[in-house]
Design a protein around this ligand. Structure first.
Ligand SMILES: Cc1cc2nc3c(=O)[nH]c(=O)nc-3n(C[C@H](O)[C@H](O)[C@H](O)COP(=O)(O)OP(=O)(O)OC[C@H]3O[C@@H](n4cnc5c(N)ncnc54)[C@H](O)[C@@H]3O)c2cc1C
Length: 432
C-alpha cells in the first residue's frame, strides 16, 4: 500500500511506491538495485524542509533518518565523518561535546545534513561560505548500486559536484566535514529605521563575522542581527527573555496573528505599525550553534534568490516596490544575507560574492502572483534560486547562471547516466 509523504510546509506531497528507512549502506545499495530492476525511480529524502518539489517521487523514497551516527573523529585535523541523515541539531550537539563546530550555519537546525548540503543551505557572512564548503569527503551509492568514495584524494573531480548535488548523483551515506574549534558568538539584535539598518549592515558586513537583516513589510522598520566571535562565556541570565521572544512572540503569537490576518488583511498595516517598534534586545553570548539557529514553528512558503553582491540593494529596493504594490499584505519579514564566493558548481555563491534576498508568505496564502513578480526582478540581476525553495526556472536558464554547470552535468553522467534518481523537479532544472 502506498503511503503519502508531505513536506514541512505542507505545500508538496506525493505517494511513493515504497518508503524505506535503511540502517546500513548495504541496505541502500540493495534498495537502489531493486528500484533499478523494477524500473522505479529512487529519491533520497532528509527532513522534508524543502519548499520546492525536489524531494517528490512516486517510486522509492529513501528516508535517511536512521543513518545518523558519528562514524569517526579525527581530532588532529578537526574532522568528523557522520551518517548523512544526522540532523544538523544532533550534529551540533555531538560536535560541541568534542570541542568542534561547523564554521557557519543557516537559520534552523532541523534539517538533515545530507538534505541541507544537497540544496546548498547557507547562513550569512561575507567572509564565510555555505555548509557544503565544509565537506572534504563523501560516500555515495550511485546509479548502479555501487558505493563510491569521493574526497580530495579519491575521485577528487567529483567532490565539487557532490557538495551540492540536489540528490541527483546518488544517495550520500556519509559525509566528512572539516570543522573548526568550538566557538562562542555574541549577538546584538536591534530594530530601527530601514536606512539606518542598511547602512549598519553595509558597515558590519565588512567588520563583523556574521550579519543579516529582516525588513518588516508595510513598515519603515527592520531588525539587524550582528554576531561576532568572542572568548567570553555564556550569558545565562537572559534565557527567560529569550524564550519569551522566540517562543511566545515569534512562534505562538505570530501564528495566531497570521490566522487572524488571513481573515482581516486590512488590519495588517495598522497592526504591524503599532506592534513593531524600534528597540534593542539584550546582548546574548552562547555556543555558535545556539546563536545561529532558532525555532521556526509557523509554517510558511519561501522563495530565495542570490544576486551578485554589488546588486544586492538595487534588487532589494525593487522587491520593496513590488511588495508595496501587491493587493494583499506580506506578513513575514524579507531576509537579507550575504556570503563569500565558492567554487562549488551548483552553489548559489558559485564563483561570485553573493547577496541573498528571501521572501516568505504564510503557507495558507497563494504565493504564485507575488513570487512570479519577485522572479521577474531576480531575472534582471542574474538571480540564482535556492534549490530547496520555490522557483520556476528551467535547465536552459539555470545553465547560463552557473559558470561551472558542465562540471555538474559531467558528474551526473558518470554517477547516474540513466537518471535513476530523477524526478519531475530534476527533469525541469537539470534537463532529465
Ligand atoms: C523553517 C525553514 C528554515 C530554513 N532556513 C534556511 C536557511 O537559513 N538557509 C538555507 O539555505 N535554507 C534554509 N531552509 C531550506 C532548507 O535548509 C533546505 O531546503 C534543505 O534542503 C532541507 O533539508 P532536509 O533535510 O529537510 O532536506 P529535504 O528537503 O528532505 O531534501 C532536500 C534534497 O536533499 C536530497 N537528499 C536528502 N538526503 C540525501 C542523501 N542522503 N543523499 C543525497 N541527496 C539527499 C533530497 O533528495 C532532496 O533533493 C529552510 C527551510 C525551512 C523549512
Amino acid at each position: 500500500m502506498t503511503k503519502k509523504w508531505t513536506n514541512w510546509a505542507r505545500n508538496q506531497s506525493s505517494n511513493p511506491h515504497n518508503i524505506f528507512e535503511p540502517k546500513t549502506e548495504a541496505e541502500i545499495s540493495d534498495i537502489v538495485c531493486l528500484g533499478v530492476a523494477r524500473r522505479l525511480k529512487i529519491r533520497p529524502i532528509g527532513s522534508g524542509h524543502s519548499f520546492s518539489s525536489i524531494g517528490l517521487t512516486e517510486g522509492f523514497l529513501v528516508s535517511m533518518e536512521s543513518m545518523n551516527r558519528i562514524i569517526s573523529i579525527d581530532r588532529d585535523r578537526l574532522r568528523v565523518t557522520v551518517g548523512a541523515g544526522i540532523t544538523i541539531s544532533d550534529l551540533n550537539i555531538e560536535l560541541h561535546k568534542i570541542g568542534f563546530a561547523l564554521p557557519n550555519l543557516g537559520d534552523i537546525d532541523t534539517q538533515s545534513l545530507a538534505g541541507a548540503i544537497a540544496t546548498g543551505t547557507h547562513g550569512t557572512g561575507i567572509k564565510y561560505n555555505s555548509i557544503s564548503s565544509a565537506i572534504v569527503g563523501i560516500r555515495i551509492v550511485t546509479g548502479d548500486g555501487s558505493v563510491m568514495d569521493i574526497s580530495e584524494s579519491k575521485n577528487s573531480d567529483l567532490l565539487g559536484p557532490a557538495k551540492v548535488s540536489l540528490g541527483a548523483l546518488g544517495i550520500i551515506t556519509s559525509v566528512t566535514l572539516q570543522c573548526v574549534p568550538a566557538f562562542n558568538l555574541k549577538i546584538l539584535e536591534f530594530t530601527a529605521k530601514l536606512p539606518e539598518i542598511i547602512s549598519r549592515f553595509k558597515f558590519e558586513e565588512l567588520s563583523a563575522d556574521f550579519v543579516e537583516f529582516f525588513w518588516f513589510p508595510h513598515t519603515e522598520l527592520a531588525e539587524i542581527k550582528i554576531c561576532n566571535k568572542t572568548a567570553s562565556t555564556n550569558t545565562r541570565t537572559r534565557k527567560f527573555s529569550s524564550f519569551v521572544t522566540n517562543e511566545v512572540t515569534r512562534n505562538f503569537g505570530f501564528s495566531l496573528l497570521n490566522q487572524f490576518w488571513l481573515q482581516f488583511p486590512n488590519s495588517v498595516d495598522p497592526m504591524v505599525n503599532s506592534v513593531i517598534k524600534e528597540n534593542v534586545r539584550p546582548e546574548r553570548i552562547d555556543a555558535s550553534h545556539n546563536i545561529f539557529c532558532s525555532k521556526r514553528r509557523v509554517k510558511f512558503l519561501e522563495m530565495e534568490y542570490s544576486v551578485p553582491r554589488e546588486c544586492l540593494f538595487e534588487a532589494f529596493e525593487a522587491v520593496q516596490r513590488v511588495i508595496e504594490e501587491l493587493s494583499f499584505p506580506v506578513t513575514f519579514p524579507v531576509e537579507v544575507r550575504s556570503l563569500s564566493a565558492d567554487d562549488i558548481p551548483l552553489s548559489m555563491a558559485s564563483e561570485r560574492e553573493t547577496g541573498f534576498i528571501a521572501v516568505h508568505l504564510y503557507n495558507r496564502v497563494d504565493p504564485k502572483d507575488f513570487f512570479k513578480r519577485i522572479e521577474h526582478i531576480m531575472d534582471q540581476f542574474n538571480g540564482r534560486p535556492h534549490w530547496g525553495k520555490l522557483h520556476s526556472l528551467e535547465s536552459a536558464q539555470l545553465a547560463k547562471l552557473y559558470p561551472r554547470w558542465s562540471e555538474f552535468t559531467e558528474a551526473r553522467k558518470a554517477l547516474d547516466p540513466d537518471g535513476h534518481f530523477t524526478n519531475s523537479y530534476l527533469e525541469r532544472v537539470l534537463g532529465y
